[in-house]
Ligand binder design. Structure first.
Ligand SMILES: Cc1cc2nc3c(=O)[nH]c(=O)nc-3n(C[C@H](O)[C@H](O)[C@H](O)COP(=O)(O)OP(=O)(O)OC[C@H]3O[C@@H](n4cnc5c(N)ncnc54)[C@H](O)[C@@H]3O)c2cc1C
Length: 288
């Protein structure tokens, strides 16, 4: 199908994009176009105006400062997967980005578009949440920052206002003796996560779990943080049996999504299996 008619503008700077958003009510930003154009072709979205931000160079790239990575919103999945800084300081993000779909999608799709679109099957929202990322947003009234835990509000719905631009994502550089892992059970046609598990494990000097993070994509409308599991792991020696027990006893997900491909209860079962595997791999990486 062809999209409905729309006007097209290209913004060359962030300020120009914000100005165009103010001028055109109902306008949508176009980044990599790999979520927006498909839904326009299906006529699920019919924005009257597209504002192409894809060539604003100030919004692209990875910078490390003061123990944190600042990732411009236009950084593509392929750039994340290949970035030495991301692989060294935030390897779970490179691991997840490298699993997105195929090279065509990875070369065009952007981290900002992925988070702003907030598809429950996307890979990067759960990773950003597990890392306690901070989303940087600019609009008419200036800049603001939102914690990932407050950013994803509902299915395909975020805290972004219509006239705002997601400019960057800030993530902590993982420290020594911290391991991470992203695993997913993917839909065989699209590659989207039926269930994705993002796990972080930080070990103390005595090998016990100092801190852990565990979040899922694909199971609920917004990325799901399994706090009860990670609370049960804190201070424990992370033997396989300890991880298995914490997941079995403490992972309970209310209101999972279901569709013709995978029912809600099936997705919850996947979450149990993938969280055990992801936590064990993160632990092994923290030890090595
Ligand atoms: C065949 C196929 C398979 C895919 N498989 C996967 C997969 O396995 N895992 C996965 O995670 N994703 C997958 N995707 C989605 C892909 O990652 C998208 O590229 C991504 O979700 C959206 O990024 P984009 O840059 O293409 O955004 P666009 O499509 O350009 O925009 C998406 C939405 O975000 C808004 N937006 C974009 N950038 C900004 C910004 N900076 N500020 C505010 N709003 C913004 C747009 O207005 C639009 O509403 C797949 C896509 C396709 C076509």
């Amino acid at each position: 199908m062809y999209p409905a008619r729309f006007e097209y503008y290209r913004a060359n700077t962030l300020q120009e994009a914000i100005h165009l958003l103010q001028q055109h009510s109902g306008a949508k930003l176009l980044a990599g176009g790999h979520s927006l154009i498909p839904i326009m072709k299906l006529r699920l979205a019919q924005p009257p105006v597209l504002i192409d931000i894809g060539r604003i160079s100030e919004l692209s790239g990875v910078m490390k400062t003061d123990g944190r990575l600042r990732i411009g919103s236009l950084t593509t999945h392929a750039m994340l997967a290949a970035s030495e800084a991301v692989k060294k300081h935030c390897p779970i993000l490179a691991e997840a980005a490298g699993q997105i779909a195929d090279p065509a999608v990875r070369n065009k799709g952007t981290i900002g578009g992925n988070l702003a679109h907030a598809d429950p099957g996307s890979d990067l929202p759960a990773v950003t949440l597990a890392l306690d990322g901070v989303i940087h947003i600019t609009g008419r009234d200036g800049d603001r920052q939102v914690n990932a835990s407050d950013f994803f509000l509902d299915l395909l719905t975020t805290d972004l206002k219509p006239e705002e631009v997601l400019t960057a994502v800030e993530l902590p550089a993982l420290e020594e003796r911290t391991g991470s892992c992203y695993l997913k059970f993917e839909h065989p046609a699209s590659g989207y996560a039926v269930c994705g598990a993002a796990a972080i494990v930080a070990l103390g000097g005595d090998e016990s779990c100092e801190r852990a993070g565990l979040c899922f994509n694909g199971v609920t409308a917004t990325p799901y943080r399994a706090s009860a599991v990670t609370e049960a792991l804190a201070g424990q020696n992370l033997e396989d049996a300890t991880i298995d027990q914490a997941v079995t006893e403490h992972l309970s997900i209310d209101d999972p999504m279901g569709d013709t491909y995978a029912s809600g209860p099936y997705r919850v079962e996947l979450a149990k299996v993938y969280s055990k595997r992801a936590l064990k791999t993160a632990r092994d990486r923290a030890r090595s």
